[in-house]
Design a protein around this ligand. Structure first.
Ligand SMILES: [Ca+2]
Length: 482
């Protein structure tokens, strides 16, 4: 009796479980389809493909209703199994798992789109590189100290349609590696161009040799005054004294010291800007194997010249220092002194505000110059080096260090350029408009940085007290850069 009771309880319990979780038919408990999830009730199941899968031959169907019919789960929409999705589709292969193609023999690539052909090991020509290849992909690595024409050191290729092509379309060239060039400890790649001293340019050749232009170095002070060093740094310095503009004394048997004389511009400028200083002339002292001479170019109406204290204005042209220096008048107000090695000093005497001193030095002077025109080494950052050898970023300290004597006859002011646009804010907008020309696209390709010229232009144009002065200063500013 007890066994019958237990059996009855067990029967009732199992019957209850079967009704709630599985169909009553003879189907298995759920459809046995890979890569699916399903929700069943009685003899009905909703079957969903898992992420990355869809029903085979179904145009993207991912869900289907199944019914238990004659002991089998049958889809209402006729589908039977889920397959992986590859998008883009596999071209010459099949989709093994979501996004992953298995290629047929003879094909390769993410979508099996590339035929593995007969490139074999016949690479395009290459030089100075190590090469590794598996027959389908080839990597070239340049030897140490060599680069490809784009400056990189590696190039990868793949075999496609019986041809080796670069994987990076920007490297559509053969794997020829070239030796690098070196200049002052810096390496450059073949074809690379770079600026060096005095606005010269070097190009790295395919043989590792440099070819460089050899333009003379030009430094200048002009106006009230604005100076530009040999390496192109522009600055304004309003000292009123005599200064070493250009000094060289490390060439055997030769010493050169060009001294520029700066004085007050009060006779010419807006009296309310008393700090400006103008060029009053220059003295050129030279020694050559025991002989010496002193040449003075003056800022007077005759643009007169003195040699060793004697006026020689009416004797020009003349050669001095045993023919080492040739002095001539190039125009009514333009004087020049040219050395036999090509060094040339030009003095333009056009009243204080428009006067200028230009020094044109051959490339042989690179690294030898000192003074207000800076050091000629291609580096602007060391141009404001004082007479004591300290690099400054303050033009006033720098300029003052190059005074010929510490006591100046007319030394009423030594310092930075006055901020004339702050002194006369009503003039600023017009000055900015005119000076902005120096920042225009016309000068975009210009190798000279025009920033300094722009600042100098603002100082001058804000100082202009009338239309005539404004136009004059503007023309000077434009001419200086162009
Ligand atoms: Ca320099």
């Amino acid at each position: 009796m007890l066994k019958i009771l237990i059996g009855l309880i067990l029967f009732v319990h199992l019957g209850s479980a079967q009704r709630s979780t599985a169909p009553r038919s003879t189907c298995s408990r759920w459809p046995n389809i890979r890569h699916t999830t399903f929700d069943c009730s009685g003899s009905h199941c909703t079957v969903n493909c898992t992420t990355g899968y869809e029903f085979e031959d179904s145009n993207g169907q991912t869900s289907s209703e199944f019914n238990c019919i004659n002991g089998k789960w049958i889809s209402e929409s006729g589908v039977s199994k889920c397959e992986a999705i590859c998008d883009p589709a596999c071209v010459n292969g099949y989709c093994l798992s979501p996004g992953s193609c298995v290629c047929l023999e003879g094909y390769t690539g993410a979508q099996c789109e590339s035929a593995i052909s007969d490139c074999d090991n016949v690479y395009p020509g290459y030089t100075n590189a190590d090469v590794s290849s598996d027959g389908t992909f080839t990597s070239f690595t340049c030897y140490d100290g060599y680069t490809l024409q784009d400056g990189n050191t590696t190039l990868d290729m793949k075999c496609e349609n019986s041809q080796w092509i670069s994987i990076d379309p920007n490297q559509n060239f053969a794997a020829n590696c070239y030796p690098m060039c070196e200049y002052k400890g810096i390496k450059y790649t073949t074809g690379q161009k770079f600026k060096v001293e005095c606005d010269n340019e070097c190009t790295c050749g395919t043989d590792g040799d440099l070819s460089c232009t050899s333009k003379a170095c030009i430094g200048q002070c002009s106006g009230d005054p604005h100076c530009k060093t040999f390496d192109g740094l522009s600055y304004a310095y309003m000292g009123q004294c005599s200064y070493h503009l250009f000094k060289v004394d490390d060439i055997v048997g030769q010493e050169i010291d060009i001294i520029s004389h700066h004085t007050s511009c009060v006779y010419f400028a807006d009296p309310s800007v008393p700090n400006a200083s103008c060029l009053a002339g220059l003295t050129l002292n030279a020694k050559y194997f025991g002989r010496s001479t002193s040449i003075v170019f003056k800022n007077d109406s005759q643009s007169s010249v003195e040699v060793n204290g004697v006026d020689r204005t009416s004797n020009l042209p003349i050669a001095v220092l045993g023919g080492k220096i040739y002095i001539r008048k190039e125009d009514s107000n333009v004087l020049s002194a040219t050395f036999s090695d090509g060094l040339k000093v030009t003095w333009v005497s056009k009243g204080y505000y428009e006067s200028s001193i230009t020094v044109k030095a051959p490339i042989s002077y690179v690294g030898r110059t000192r003074g207000l025109l800076g050091t000629t080494d291609g580096d602007q950052t060391n141009d404001l080096i004082t007479a004591e050898g300290i690099v400054q970023n303050n033009a006033a300290i720098f300029g003052t260090s190059w005074r010929v004597t510490e006591i100046c006859d007319n030394s009423t002011f030594v310092g930075d350029a006055p901020d004339t646009c702050a002194m006369y804010p009503e003039r600023k907008a017009k000055a900015v408009e005119a000076c902005s020309y120096l920042k225009s696209e016309i000068f975009a390709e210009c190798p000279v940085d025009a920033t300094g010229n722009y600042e100098s232009c603002l100082i001058d144009l804000c100082a202009a007290q009338n239309e005539e002065a404004f136009n004059g200063f503007r023309d000077i500013a434009y001419t200086t850069l162009t």
